[in-house]
Design a protein around this ligand. Sequence first.
Ligand code: Z5A
Length: 213
Amino acid sequence: MARGRLISIEGGEGAGKSSVMTALLDALREAGIDVVRTREPGGTPLGEALRHLLLDADHPDLCAESELLMMFASRAQLVREVVQPALDAGRWVVADRFTDASFAYQGGGRGQPSGRIADLERWAAGIRPDLTLLLDVPVAVGMERARGRGPSDRIETESDSFFERVRTAYRERAAADPQRFRVIDASQPLEAVIADVRRVIADFVAAQSAGKA
Ligand code: Z5A
């Protein structure tokens, strides 16, 4: 059986990942693809418990090293319990965040060394997405959108400069790996963002089918 494909979706605060997710899943299902959706941190019972600890605003004392290791603990569990079995069964996985988020938030945002994150990527995750959609939006625009969403979690209360570093790290990763990344201008109206997402997915599905022929 052909291995499935791993597609991740990434972006900073207010980029609109949740808002475009349904359209992304619909585009794949309309193409006849069997899809599994995951989210990080989380996606397994252990991962969801870690998510609660990671995002709980009552833990402002969580150090950057613990934060990085907990993100990867959640990811390691998710890969082994959900992602790898699905890919092995020929299913496609749409991941609401994957390792690039750790390079952006813990690397860019918190200043953790990228070499250390790359070691964790190899050891604890062991796989990389086949396609990554980066929803890119200026920090001020994203923060304005996110403000309307209710109480902030521990990471959402970070400063604008933290989120500027996160955005820069994401954009640098995308520039360094244009084969895998598609950067989508998420400052457009939602319908235009969704149209771009659908176009990217259609091109990717067509390329995979052509590769099989
Ligand atoms: N994190 C990390 O640090 N390291 C890691 O390795 C991983 C994660 C995996 C939780 O992630 C936190 O974990 C996150 C990164 C960190 N911290 N922060 N900050 P999450 O992905 O679960 O949570 P999230 O970042 O809040 O994602 P989200 O729920 O998908 O939110 P969003 O991207 O901001 O999207 P949204 O909820 O769809 O949109 C926000 C609002 O904007 C909403 O009112 C929409 O209606 C509106 N919106 C969306 N798109 C548009 C457009 N195009 N125009 C106008 N308005 C729009």
